[in-house]
Design a protein around this ligand. Sequence first.
Ligand SMILES: C[S@@+](CC[C@H](N)C(=O)[O-])C[C@H]1O[C@@H](n2cnc3c(N)ncnc32)[C@H](O)[C@@H]1O
Length: 250
Amino acid sequence: MNTAVDYRDDPREYEIEELARPDEMLMIEGVRRRCRELLNSRPNARVLDLCCGTGLSLLNVFDHPNVSEAIGVDTCESYLAFAAARFAGSKVRLIHNDAVNPAVDGPFDIIVMASAYHHIEDARKQLFLQNAKRLLAASSRIVMGENILPSYQSGDPRAYSNAVSVFYREVLITARNANPSLPEHVAALIQRVAQYGHDGDYEYKTSVEILLGFLENSSLKVARAEKLWPTLGPLSLTTGGNYVLDIEHA
Ligand SMILES: C[S@@+](CC[C@H](N)C(=O)[O-])C[C@H]1O[C@@H](n2cnc3c(N)ncnc32)[C@H](O)[C@@H]1O
């Protein structure tokens, strides 16, 4: 049992953990980059960030000149307060709401889901995707940044737990390689994320096969996939890593 701080209500600890993880920052930067590329050809674009958290995924996106409106939705009041200070005076509007059924009017030109999908309970993932699809304008994209686990047998808790272990072992190795003097407190925060996954509490990750099945059942499909981490090493394209996926109407 990992006794590190439970950071789900602590925006500062959350960002310490994220910023110490090259795997995660490569993915978040990939999400921002992809959003900006799409925005270049979409004047007056409306952007919706589901599970926006402290706002890391909207940074460098909300201020693109083609954005007319950017809305972030999250259930965590302390993260939203942190994001409100970050975006004070900007066009970003923050809404305290369930991302599975957000009280917003579509359509949106880009829907961001950065480390969002794995925070939605498995039983609600289908509805999450279906409702997002309803909010998505024709020929528009969901930009999903997601930690994809190595393949595991769906419905087998031990296989799932093993996949979580394999994934976070690599995450921690990557963080320690980037910073050989990674503070123990920060290493413990990273291990705390793995614990959320093992406990099936706050994090409900997925493999590529399972994600593709959920997308298909929601009449959505992957239009473009970019792997951001790892570029080399034991986790490969087919066995997991951090991806940025463009998702569109099937
Ligand atoms: C890992 S953070 C990602 C935040 C941000 N997108 C980023 O990339 O840094 C996941 C966020 O999902 C939020 N969350 C979890 N379940 C949610 C739900 N049902 N509706 C809205 N937000 C939710 C959490 O409060 C947390 O802020």
